[in-house]
Ligand binder design. Structure first.
Ligand SMILES: Cc1cc2nc3c(=O)[nH]c(=O)nc-3n(C[C@H](O)[C@H](O)[C@H](O)COP(=O)(O)O)c2cc1C
Length: 173
């Protein structure tokens, strides 16, 4: 049987979200899917994929603009296939402790795209993150890398399980 093709696209300013997308891609590869991980700005079509995972870093409660543009540019095609969205993320352990609902803008996209699910992962701001706000956060002890590989892997495995169930078709009794 040919492998289902899954696109994992991401919006990032400073690279932390690329790491999350890579991890999702790795898990889906391990689970037997043919996975491509690409920056959202480079997505020219989603028509070649059976399913799409689209995510972004949050800045002031909004997705990074490449990810949002990607969602809008491919809205029709996305709405016709299984789609999951993710956001990152709080620079503390809150995302691991409880489910964090999507911000208003992302809740709208979830509805438009008929997405199957959304998760918020922890984010990362470290001494290497450029920008005044990031520097100030780190200086005041509010930085750190809160991306949890376990959380990311668990979510990606759930996606894999759902896609496999789709492929198997409705259970017969
Ligand atoms: C200026 C600034 C604003 C941020 N705003 C939010 C926010 O509104 N909500 C949130 O959960 N995280 C926020 N964060 C944390 C980032 O989303 C987090 O650091 C993320 O991992 C960055 O991803 P990137 O490196 O892929 O750009 C903010 C970080 C900075 C530096």
């Amino acid at each position: 049987m040919t492998k289902q093709r899954v696109l994992v696209a991401y919006g990032t300013k400073h690279g932390a979200t690329a790491g999350i997308a890579e991890e999702i891609g790795r898990v889906l590869d391990e689970e037997g899917f043919a996975t491509e991980v690409v920056p959202a700005a480079e997505v020219t079509t989603v028509a070649d994929f059976d399913a799409v995972v689209l995510g972004s870093a949050l800045y002031m409660n909004h997705w990074q603009h490449d990810a949002l543009r990607c969602a809008h540019r491919h809205a029709d095609e996305l709405a016709r296939r299984p789609v999951w969205l993710f956001s990152s993320g709080p620079v503390d352990s809150s995302a691991e402790q409880h489910e964090i609902p999507p911000v208003a803008q992302v809740a709208e996209e979830l509805e438009h795209l008929h997405a199957r699910g959304h998760v918020t992962f922890g984010g990362s701001v470290t001494a290497e993150t450029p920008g005044f706000v990031a520097r100030s956060m780190v200086r005041h002890g509010k930085g750190g890398d809160f991306r949890s590989p376990e959380h990311i892997r668990r979510w990606a495995q759930e996606i894999g399980a759902e896609l496999r169930a789709d492929e198997a078709g409705p259970a017969k009794d």
